[in-house]
Ligand binder design. Structure first.
Ligand SMILES: [Zn+2]
Length: 317
């Protein structure tokens, strides 16, 4: 195939490239936070469990509420300060998932999960990164109301960026879980797999959590070996993406495959096989003769595959 097939302009990666100034230095500034909460342009994202509340509209929905509008949606379990957008403060309000479910009957609102919101382009793209920030952070609060050290109830401090234990004085910080996601490559071919939960036509990069005591490169080599039995040598970092399901960061890599035989771990994958570079180009362009597809552009897997289709083994340069 040609060295650089024309795939058109690169699509936007979902949840990344936030325009928010997180203003981390103000998280402990009570006077500034009080001013922010009363700011005339304060915007609030309302989230309950997996669901985001949107103002329903034809065309793009609006995910931003005023603080008063958001409080009228239900009991606010947690409020977190996300940062400043052109000097205007943005907050995330955590509501109970059941309360948000109940809002589904209102026709002035739309209740949707953040994956669908991104894939279907329900809101302006600038909202996706702060929505991801709010969902991951509020989800962490919902799961950390008790101290993992002593079991006492913890308290939200630092505008939502820490929980403190009044009993043992431990300080707990929001976590993000590293996931390696990679494409094992040999010449003009690479390995893709299918998870059992994928739609029947979709194939994607392999992925898995990095484990304690492991480098990114080691995690990539281990996951590829475990899932498809291929040994890898060189690992080259490509790009990363926040993935708020519930609170991961996807670390995208290309890896040099050193062996050929695919041995599928059927506990993890329905199937895996080698794909030629021109077959991948057809999948990205949605012109594959059997209708096979790659993941949508909001997911980093799409970009990892696209980079290999465009650059071939130059991805290791
Ligand atoms: Zn404690």
């Amino acid at each position: 195939m040609s060295a650089r097939p024309d795939l058109g302009p690169p699509p936007r990666l979902g949840y990344a490239a936030s325009r928010l100034d997180r203003a981390a230095g103000l998280r402990g500034d009570e006077a500034a936070l009080k001013q922010f909460s009363e700011h005339p342009r304060a915007g609030v994202y309302a989230i309950g469990g997996e669901f985001v509340v949107l103002k329903s509209a034809t065309g793009e929905c609006d995910p931003q509420f005023t603080p008063a509008e958001a409080r009228a949606l239900g009991v606010v379990r947690e409020s977190v300060f996300l940062g400043l957008m052109e000097q205007a403060p943005r907050f995330g309000f955590g509501l109970d998932a059941q309360a948000v479910e109940a809002l589904k009957s209102r026709n002035d609102l739309k209740i949707s999960d953040l994956r669908s919101i991104a894939v279907q382009g329900m809101v302006a793209a600038e909202h996706l990164p702060p929505l991801a920030e709010a969902k991951a952070l509020l989800g962490w609060h919902a799961r950390h109301r008790f101290c993992p050290n002593c079991g006492a109830k913890t308290e939200l401090v630092q505008a939502g960026w820490r929980r403190d234990c009044p009993a043992c004085k431990a300080e707990h910080f929001p976590r993000t879980d590293p996931v390696v996601i990679m494409l094992a490559i040999a010449g003009e071919r690479c390995v893709l797999g299918r998870s059992y939960r994928f739609v029947p036509t979709m194939w994607s990069c392999l992925a898995g959590f990095a484990e304690p005591g492991e480098s990114i490169e080691e995690a990539v080599r281990r996951e590829v070996l475990e899932e498809v039995g291929i040994a890898c040598g060189r690992v080259r970092y490509f790009a990363s993406q926040p993935w708020p399901f519930p609170s991961s960061i996807m670390i995208g890599c290309h890896a040099q495959a050193l062996s050929d035989t695919v041995v599928v771990d059927r506990e993890e994958l329905e199937d895996a096989r080698w794909f030629e570079r021109d077959e991948l180009a057809a999948m990205l362009k949605r012109q594959h003769p059997q209708g096979l597809t790659a993941p949508p552009p909001i997911a980093i897997a799409h970009h990892i595959i696209r980079n290999f289709v465009e650059a071939g083994c130059d991805v290791f340069r």
